[in-house]
Design a protein. Structure first.
Length: 319
């Protein structure tokens, strides 16, 4: 009898597939059920003996395909709420985690990998591509650099202020608190950087984001609520802001969904004065509701996402 026609290479490829199926067979649920039914004395998850493997290697190819199809089409049994990620999201998380683990690897990997991916891999899941994360990081860093440059040019002819200039008191506010030049310059640089950041996020961030949103946070009860701009203005006008005692106000909160009480990533611009100082999170003083804690600790506890700093000299940092 004339053998049926098969394209060149088809036999070898089919043999390889059949061989792979045979190797996977002992791990398939249907195979375990068949083994348990035919051999009651063998537990469902026990490894196969050499003789059993030999018998199954002789299984006709069509039966192996039937078994594989049956196992693949078996209904899944999701757990409570079925919290499994879809395949694409899971793959992106694995890739992001791999990039994060390789932070101390080769120089080429370090050059390609964004600091945001290393520090907060979940951002990659939202933006979907490494290049998109890199672009977001670079443009937000540009916002900080341009704000620093413009304000320094306006007041110091382009040079950075000295330590003594930073420490100089330029005003005493209505509540009797001294305002240093460093504080005033920080406010002015923040205003420019946040205006720039809004334009960047409008163009590049696909989910909602909040800029200078004030929240009231009760750490013991783990309750978080937003404060609208009108209410904030009213509270600021009452007793030098004492009504804002239990509140936080991050520069930028990137949300991963429409839940505006949850953060995928929280960012604060920091403009150290003088610029040789390291960018640091502010620690809450003894009179604060969050005494002894850093801003980043409270931001993360309240909003859930990691909190990172963006500074003109150091870029994106996690401290």
């Amino acid at each position: 009898m004339t053998a049926p026609y098969r394209p060149r290479g088809a036999t070898s490829r089919f043999s390889a597939v059949h061989s792979d199926i045979m190797r996977l067979m002992p791990h398939l649920p249907l195979f375990r059920r068949l083994t348990r039914r035919n051999r009651p004395d063998v537990q469902a998850f026990a490894p196969m003996s050499f003789r059993q493997v030999a018998r199954w290697k002789a299984t006709p190819w069509w039966l192996s395909l039937v078994l594989l199809t049956a196992c693949a089409s078996s209904p899944s049994r999701p757990g409570h709420g079925d919290l499994r990620l879809d395949t694409e999201s899971a793959a992106k998380l694995r890739h992001a985690a791999a990039v994060s683990r390789s932070a101390t690897g080769s120089a080429s990997t370090q050059e390609v990998a964004s600091q945001l991916i290393k520090l907060t891999p979940a951002v990659l899941v939202i933006l979907k591509h490494d290049n998109s994360v890199n672009e977001l990081e670079e443009r937000l860093m540009d916002c900080a650099i341009q704000a620093e440059r413009q304000i320094n040019t306006r007041f110091f002819g382009g040079r950075p202020p000295t330590r003594n200039e930073c420490l100089e008191t330029v005003e005493v506010d209505a509540c009797g608190k001294s305002v240093t030049r460093a504080m005033r310059l920080g406010q002015q640089k923040h205003a420019l950087a946040l205006k720039c950041a809004r334009e960047v996020l409008d163009a590049l961030w696909p989910a909602p984001f909040s800029i200078e949103q004030r929240y009231r946070y009760y750490p013991q009860a783990r309750i978080l609520e937003t404060i609208g701009p009108d209410e904030e203005a009213r509270l600021l006008g009452q007793g030098c802001g004492h009504e804002l005692w239990r509140t936080i106000k991050p520069d930028i909160v990137l949300h991963g969904s429409h839940d505006l009480l949850k953060s995928a990533l929280t960012l604060d611009f920091k403009f150290p004065c003088p610029n040789t100082n390291q960018a640091q999170w502010t620690r809450y003083g003894a009179s604060s509701a969050y005494a002894g804690k850093g801003q980043d600790e409270i931001y993360t506890a309240a909003l859930g996402g990691k909190a990172v700093i963006i500074s003109p000299r150091e870029g994106v940092v996690l401290r």
